[in-house]
Write a protein that binds this ligand. Structure first.
Ligand code: ADP
Ligand code: MG
Length: 267
């Protein structure tokens, strides 16, 4: 798990004159499960969109590790698989067709249709996610959790080396959240994929991530293994909460959060 795959150097991003990301430097490693955490509005989604090329950095570089080359447009589309925070799906498509859209970066040219291989990959992913019986259902008729799994399926058929998950488990119950995290861990362990997961659940992050990056106001404030960085002091600094941090039987930290005394409340 030591080969770097992507080097992010001094990345800055602003919306108009408002600075959102400040001097983000980070190397992503092959086979690594990275948790990208921080309070609402700290710039997590903006960071992912800069990686994907949806937003253009105002400074800094995103390079293939060990080279000075920037991944180009099509190349970049194939490098990443992505689950967006807001899916924005408002159309009546069948489950299998929404997942098939994930194969778009692999089309030979603009006019080539999807191949039999593309459709086979969709079938495999539906099987893994337990979606096979819903293949022909209209996505508009699915529950929030079911739809979320379809979006995760669309991400998996993209087969990018780097999987970006923006709160991908937020709408899922505990059982399904763990299922997705386990699946992603398998992707890192067996296929050497790199996973960058934006999460809010510190305990899920602690259990599954090799490394956690904590963002505050657009800057990386802490990074390290869960054991290295999850402490009451750090959580108070990042989230303004008082949290008890313990160690479970497997040596992983767990967090019991409480509001800080005197914290501003919503009344
Ligand atoms: P996070 O994902 O960590 O919750 P975001 O990356 O979505 O945070 O947002 C970071 C900051 O950028 C927030 O203050 C947000 O209001 C602002 N922001 C997000 N999108 C836009 C936009 N299209 N125009 C202007 N500001 C934006
Ligand atoms: Mg976000």
């Amino acid at each position: 798990m030591n080969t770097d795959i992507l080097d992010i150097r001094d990345l800055n991003f602003s919306y108009q004159s408002r600075e959102i990301l400040r001097e983000i430097s980070l190397s992503l490693k092959q086979g690594e499960f990275l948790g990208f955490l921080g309070p609402n509005g700290s710039g997590k989604s903006t960071f992912l969109k800069n990686l994907l090329g949806f937003l253009k950095p105002s400074g800094g570089k995103i390079l293939y590790a060990g080279t000075n080359t920037v991944p180009g447009g099509k190349e970049r589309a194939r490098l990443f698989s992505f689950v967006p925070q807001n899916t924005g799906l408002r159309s009546s498509f069948a489950v299998k067709d929404v997942i098939l859209m994930g194969r778009l970066p692999h089309l030979k040219d603009r006019w080539a249709g999807y191949s039999a291989e593309d459709r086979e990959k969709v079938r495999e992913v539906m099987k893994v996610l337990g979606l096979s019986s819903m293949a022909d259902r209209n996505v508009m008729s699915l529950s929030g959790g079911e739809l979320q799994k379809v979006i995760i399926g669309r991400c998996l058929v993209q087969e990018g080396d780097i999987i970006l998950l923006d709160e991908a488990t937020s709408g899922l119950d505990l059982n399904h959240s763990i299922e997705i995290m386990e699946l992603m861990r398998k992707k890192t362990a067996e296929e050497s994929k790199t996973v960058v997961a934006v999460l809010h659940d510190l305990n899920l992050a602690s259990q599954y991530c090799d490394r956690i990056v904590l963002l505050k106001e657009g800057r990386i404030r802490y990074q390290g293994s869960p054991l290295e960085i999850l402490s009451s002091e750090v959580l108070e600094d990042i989230y303004g909460i008082q949290a008890m941090v313990g160690i479970d039987a497997y040596g992983r930290p767990f967090v019991l959060p409480r509001r800080a005394a005197g914290a501003a409340g919503v009344s």
